[in-house]
Write a protein that binds this ligand. Structure first.
Ligand code: ADP
Length: 246
């Protein structure tokens, strides 16, 4: 079986300064990968490279065994960007409409069958926002909006969920519930890549960790990460441990 994501020697710079340098890592089916590193260490850039949103200057990326450049099964990937938490930029559609769009992505056309609609309703139920179905996405709180985007990914039958700091601005209780949801989706076999600045959350929830600061300092299981010096090495390289982000 092919990996979900396979990066070989990937490098990228926006200008002179490299943002990601020679990173090789794989995400396997069923992995819950925490992607950590100091502020500005290239986490979002690496995630964009992994999802084909940026093309590497060097190296290559495969998604589900296909070169990312000609990967045509976008419905298999659910991406919740940092911007998804903010109200700006969200569409003035209802939660139900948003989630049904996941079915359009899956079917490749915009005519939904009764079965498509049932799958969308089930996705709303799974993430616990059935009662919000008729509200507009841009009226939701940050945490509710994250769930709506995850429901859309479930409706499109995504095998990979990629989340970039999904709980910024979400209160502690909702945050905990959100991470429980991610864990249960992962238990159902969905691979997860999570960028999260709270290292405690990552070591509690993720079973694998990639720790970067432009270069990769660790890629492996959480236990070996906790026992290693990767954290202090990666964070020491900039002299700061960051407690908040953007
Ligand atoms: P992180 O997600 O770890 O905070 P980023 O991947 O966002 O890191 O950024 C890595 C580096 O690349 C930082 O130095 C950042 O300033 C720079 N960078 C990010 N996006 C851009 C961009 N669009 N143009 C120029 N530089 C960028």
């Amino acid at each position: 079986m092919s990996s979900v994501v396979d990066c070989h020697g990937v490098s990228f710079s926006y200008g002179e300064q490299p943002a990601v340098s020679d990173v090789s890592l794989t995400v396997e089916q069923g992995d819950f990968l925490g992607l950590i590193g100091p502020n500005g260490s290239g986490k979002t850039t690496l995630l964009h490279l992994m999802l084909g949103l940026l093309s590497p200057d060097e190296g290559s990326v495969e998604l589900f065994g296909h070169p990312v450049n000609d990967f045509e099964q976008g419905n298999r990937i659910g991406y919740v960007s940092q911007q998804a938490t903010s109200r700006g930029g969200t569409m003035p559609v209802t939660v139900r409409e948003c989630v049904r769009m996941g079915r359009f992505a899956h079917a490749g056309h915009a005519r939904l069958s009764a079965e498509d609609e049932a799958i969308a309703e089930e996705a709303l139920e799974t993430v616990g926002i059935t009662d919000l179905a008729d509200q507009r996405v841009n009226e939701l709180s940050g945490g509710q909006r994250q769930r709506a985007y995850i429901a859309r990914a479930l409706a499109s039958e995504a095998d990979l969920l990629a989340l970039d700091e999904p709980t910024v601005g979400v209160d502690a209780e909702s945050r905990d519930a959100f991470y429980q949801l991610l864990e249960s989706l992962n238990d159902d076999g969905i691979a997860i890549i999570l960028i999260e600045h709270d290292i405690g959350v990552v070591t509690d929830r993720a079973d694998r960790i990639a720790c970067i600061n432009t270069e990769l300092y660790h890629h492996g299981d959480t236990e070996s990460f906790v026992e290693s010096d990767a954290l202090s090495e990666a964070y020491g390289a900039t002299g700061t441990v960051v407690h908040h982000h953007h």
